[in-house]
Design a protein around this ligand. Structure first.
Ligand code: COA
Length: 256
């Protein structure tokens, strides 16, 4: 598939996906969501890709939300599918990815843009970032998982304040409430993500996938059982054999 709305750049084991609609502040139209779906599915299948970075083109915006020009066609009949298909095909796909996904927030992360970042496993923000869920201003509420993931990450009280006021949080405010993991100058935000990616790459991929599965289950009723099952599947791997042997032999482990 030829992509028109995203750019892909694979270096070593890191795939960077850049939303490429800079003149629309990288707003997510349906075509972009479809391309993201295809690119993410493809990346899941490629063993050579171990970590994914998602960012937006330019220095102003990560993603300024769903494409508002497409919202006019929403009706009570089609709005459920509009929300559900994007949740399943993109946002849940990211959250449940077996490969860690890092959001590099290089400016506005609003509405669907913040929801995209929330679905990722780690968030790094440039100092210029502004984050919010301003859907109420459009007479809507977030529909790509934002009400659930924001509350899960920063707590129900703060999430309700962010959503009910439509306020944008600065990068520092987002750091304070745990919405982003790190804040750096904009020029260093990709470098910071790559630094984290390289640390992840030193660890073995099956265990990383298991960690994501178990942590994702933390606020569900079977979180502890998911952890036990994921742990058990690690014990069956060469990664486990090598990791323990390397420690006991006082050497660095060799995974892959
Ligand atoms: N959907 C569609 N187009 C969008 C968009 C969105 N979510 N966000 C920005 N754009 C477009 C603007 O329409 C404009 O296009 P144009 O030049 O063809 O008119 C272009 O991107 C630049 O945006 P502009 O509003 O001129 O930039 P700004 O610096 O004045 O303001 C924002 C930046 C982010 C504050 C403002 O664009 C905004 O509020 N965007 C919508 C955010 C939102 O509500 N997101 C949730 C959607 S569910």
């Amino acid at each position: 598939m030829n992509f028109e709305n995203i750019l892909l750049d694979q270096r070593n084991a890191i795939l960077t996906i850049t939303i490429n609609r800079e003149n629309k502040l990288n707003a997510l139209n349906q075509a972009t969501l479809s391309e993201l779906h295809v690119a993410l599915l493809d990346a899941q299948k490629k063993e050579a890709i171990r970590v994914i970075i998602i960012t937006g083109k330019g220095s102003k915006s990560f993603v300024a939300g769903a494409d508002i020009s497409e919202l006019r066609s929403l009706t009570p009949q089609n709005s459920g599918d509009f929300a559900r298909s994007a949740q399943i095909n993109v946002f849940n796909l990211i959250e449940n990815s077996t490969k860690p996904i890092i959001a590099v927030i290089n400016g506005y992360a609003l509405g669907g843009g913040l929801e995209l970042a929330l679905a990722c496993h780690i968030r790094i923000a440039g100092e210029n970032a502004k984050l919010g869920l301003p859907e109420l201003k459009l007479g809507l509420i977030p529909c790509y998982g934002g009400t659930q993931r924001l509350a899960s990450l920063i707590g129900k009280g703060k999430a309700l304040e962010v959503i009910l006021t439509s306020d944008m949080l600065s990068a520092q405010e987002a750091l304070q409430v745990g919405l982003v993991n790190h804040v750096t100058p904009l020029s260093e935000v990709i470098k910071k993500a790559e630094e984290i990616a390289h640390k992840i790459l030193k660890n073995p991929p099956h265990a990383a996938a298991c960690a994501i599965r178990a942590v994702n289950a933390y606020d569900t009723s079977d979180g502890f059982e998911t952890e036990i099952n994921a742990f058990t599947s690690c014990v069956e791997t060469d990664e486990f054999t090598e990791g323990v042997a390397a420690f006991l032999e006082k050497r660095d482990p060799k995974f892959n």
